[in-house]
Design a binder for this molecule. Structure first.
Ligand SMILES: NC(=O)c1ccc[n+]([C@@H]2O[C@H](COP(=O)([O-])OP(=O)(O)OC[C@H]3O[C@@H](n4cnc5c(N)ncnc54)[C@H](OP(=O)(O)O)[C@@H]3O)[C@@H](O)[C@H]2O)c1
Length: 243
């Protein structure tokens, strides 16, 4: 996908962290960059820098339908859909009472919502000459972390969905997976250790999209994926030793 031509881009959760950095990196005079989120101040910030910022809760079918209708009426197509919005909650089942509402919300924002949005967006993607869907997953989709028990399950679901979608839409829509390393965002606040900047992450995503990679990830994540496949127990102990 050549990012230099005019593109209609939709980035969910494009008001903060990785999504915001990607939106800013894609803001060329030619592109229409549509970002979604819930927080009105953050949406306003994105409008100030030239994005089309629309409120859409990933857990609301009605709001996702309105979002797609708005894009259809104003732009007629989507060239790139980035399913990026996400939340992560930590639970310790030995100590915390796990609220079922929190569990359902996490699964909805991270997995059910993006699947729903993808289905709704397909007609607009078909209207594009070179449509692309990019789903943001996580290394935890292959190697779950015990304190992020539902998050890991939601990302495994997205990994599985993405893998099937690649086959199902072959020849019609290019589908890729983005696996970020630990990135310095609201989601990782308070965590210690090395973190990539959102700007650097956005740069890697753009390069990966231009190179038409099926999986976009850093060398560190590539090596970790190999380790997960050949030595899953070691990979699991590395993931679970982190804060
Ligand atoms: N940061 C990392 O180290 C890391 C590593 C691997 C994967 N990831 C994945 O990368 C993606 C982006 O994460 P990030 O670190 O950039 O997080 P972030 O800074 O917390 O941004 C999350 C974005 O998602 C939006 N969002 C959250 N709940 C939503 C909802 N119910 N409806 C609509 N939008 C919602 C937020 O908007 P509002 O604030 O307005 O709700 C915000 O724009 C996520 O899918 C995450 O799982 C991150």
């Amino acid at each position: 996908m050549k990012m230099k031509n005019k593109r209609i881009v939709l980035i969910t959760g494009g008001t903060s962290g990785i999504g915001r950095a990607l939106a800013e990196a894609m803001l060329e005079p030619n592109n229409v960059v549509i970002v979604t989120g819930q927080n009105e101040q953050r949406l306003q910030n994105m409008r100030s820098c030239g994005c089309v910022a629309l409120r859409a809760n990933m857990t609301s079918r009605t709001q996702l339908e309105s979002l797609i209708l708005h894009i259809q009426q104003h732009y007629g197509r989507i060239d790139l859909l980035v399913n990026n919005a996400g939340v992560q909650y930590n639970y310790n089942l030995l100590e915390d009472a796990m609220s079922i509402n929190t569990v359902l919300h996490e699964m909805h924002v991270n997995a059910t919502g993006p699947i729903e949005l993808t289905m709704l967006a397909l007609p607009l993607l078909y209207a594009s000459e070179q449509p692309v869907i990019a789903n943001v997953t996580s290394a935890l989709s292959r190697t779950p972390k015990s304190t992020a028990v539902v998050y890991s399950a939601s990302k495994a679901a997205m990994y599985s969905f993405t893998t099937s979608l690649k086959k199902m839409l072959k020849g019609r829509v290019r589908v890729c997976e983005i696996i970020p390393p630990v990135v310095e965002t609201k989601m990782t606040e308070g965590r210690t250790g090395r973190k990539l900047s959102p700007k650097e992450m956005a740069k890697q995503i753009l390069l990966g999209l231009e190179a038409r990679r099926s999986v976009i990830c850093s060398l560190q994540i590539r090596l970790f994926r190999i380790l997960s496949a050949v030595a899953p127990v070691l990979a699991s102990s590395i993931i679970n030793s982190r804060d």
